[in-house]
Design a protein around this ligand. Structure first.
Ligand SMILES: [Cu+2]
Length: 158
């Protein structure tokens, strides 16, 4: 079969692009700090406000970092303002009191779904002090666009 030169060039170029795209997907997974959920913990969504794990919402600081306990609900986060230290690992533990919400800290790689019945947990470190916007990025109802909170990353004192 006689394939003209230009046809061959386009075929190899198309094949090369497919290989490049597949390599980009693997590179993205390997080098972009993307992690699959490593933690599955359930909770009765009707008992969120009385469950001991979410009774003390807010930030617990320790010398090695901080833990944030927060609840997402229509149409707010509780607490609405979160203070964490810069440069130390911060573990977020989140759950929903009603429907599925999102928890995205704009400008960082922190982003998770908050699903009723489950506790979403992730750990991240904020290197740059400042004020960050936390938004719900899963449409959750008529007030979804008003659902936000503030994260304040403070210069570590030590
Ligand atoms: Cu929402």
């Amino acid at each position: 079969m006689n394939v003209p030169l230009y046809e061959k060039i386009w075929m190899w170029a198309a094949g090369g692009m497919i290989v490049a795209f597949i390599l980009m997907v693997f590179a993205g997974v390997a080098f972009s700090a993307l992690e699959p959920p490593s933690h599955v913990e359930t909770i009765d969504p009707a008992q969120v406000w009385t469950d001991a794990r979410f009774a003390n919402r807010g930030v617990t600081q320790s010398p090695t970092g901080a833990t944030v306990i927060a609840v997402a609900m229509m149409f707010a986060f509780n607490p609405a303002e979160i203070h964490v230290p810069a440069g130390k690992p911060v573990t977020f533990r989140l759950t929903s009191a009603d429907v599925t919400h999102g928890f995205q800290i704009v400008g960082t790689n922190a982003n998770t779904m908050v699903i009723p019945g489950y506790i979403s947990q992730f750990t991240t470190t904020f290197s740059t002090p400042g004020e960050y916007l936390i938004v719900c990025n899963e449409y959750c109802g008529l007030g979804h666009h008003q659902m936000y909170a503030t994260l304040i990353v403070e210069e570590a004192s030590s």
